[in-house]
Design a protein around this ligand. Structure first.
Ligand SMILES: [Zn+2]
Length: 294
């Protein structure tokens, strides 16, 4: 259910932050000491005194919500609409009567606070790459940056404003990952597949050449489908789950109309988070989202 109370009452919003942030007890954000006592309040936020370093702090100190023009309830509403409903920043701006710039900055500050997914593979694994149109929206354009130079025809490149985005589906753990990269080459692929449980990891790919070296390597068992031969799914050998997940990722980015390539990583981490809180009830989803950004 939509957690309305957290969006209308600042003290209900602050209460939720306290629950999430101090679930293991209050800790000084400066010296990490737990020798803290309640010390009055700052507006509706609880203030604390650290007996170790003698400084005071409140519920928001040291989080992305500190020193913000937005109230916590506005932050929550923004994050919730963004993650849950894939709402564009323009639309959030209209709902909250804030400026476009304010909303975009907050969304991006939130997304940048999210940790990189730690990829540990059980296998077998499907891996595939797509090329997302992402230029330098909102950034100073470098005069020479559009030269195609030595890039391979037909494949996108980071410099050509079509950076590769890898999708991995771990059939063992049912986890999915979407990771943007600078280039779709062997070393990137090896890095993505580095952390694994299986002695020899079974990897399903398409016929892209950059996966070829995996065949020479005992650490991998590579099996592939060649799309151009009209060969799509040979029993287990397919990358269909990858392809459908990649299309969800594309749909996630699309309302934001050309996310800059420098911001693809935070936006795709938010996509990962969206999957984690999918089907969680409203309040739980919001807690999970806050916890991810603390
Ligand atoms: Zn302290």
């Amino acid at each position: 259910m939509f957690p309305v109370s957290r969006f209308v009452s600042e003290s209900a919003a602050a209460d939720l932050l306290r629950q999430v942030r101090w679930c293991d007890g209050v800790e000084c954000p400066r010296c990490r000491s737990d020798l803290t006592v309640r010390n009055g309040s700052y507006r509706v936020y609880q203030r604390y005194l650290c007996k170790n370093c003698g400084r005071t702090f409140n519920d928001k100190t040291g989080t992305i919500f500190a020193h913000s023009k937005l109230s916590l309830k506005e932050w929550y509403f923004t994050i919730y609409l963004f993650l849950r409903f894939n709402t564009s920043i323009r639309q959030i701006e209209a709902e909250l009567d804030l400026s476009y710039k304010t909303v975009r900055r907050r969304v991006e500050r939130f997304a940048r606070a999210l940790d990189a997914p730690s990829i540990t593979l059980s296998g077998p694994v499907e891996i595939d790459e797509v090329y997302v149109s992402a230029g330098l929206k909102g950034c100073e354009r470098d005069q020479a940056s559009r030269s195609r130079g030595l890039s391979t025809r037909g494949r996108g490149t980071y410099d050509g404003d079509k950076p590769p985005v890898f999708t991995l589906v771990d059939r063992g753990s049912n986890e999915r990952y979407v990771v943007p990269a600078k280039s779709a080459d062997e070393s990137t692929i090896r890095l993505l597949l580095a952390d694994r449980h299986q002695e020899s990891l079974t990897v399903y790919t398409d016929g892209f050449r950059a996966y070829d070296p995996l065949e020479e390597d005992d650490a991998f068992t590579r099996k592939y489908v060649v799309h151009s031969n009209g060969e799509y799914a040979d029993d287990d050998i397919h990358i269909n789950t990858c392809e459908s997940h990649a299309s969800l990722a594309r749909r996630w980015i699309s309302p934001h109309r050309g996310v800059s390539k420098t911001k693809l990583t935070p936006y795709l981490r938010a996509f990962q988070l969206r999957r984690e809180l999918f089907r969680k009830p409203g309040d739980e989803a919001l807690k999970h989202a806050l916890n991810a950004a603390l």
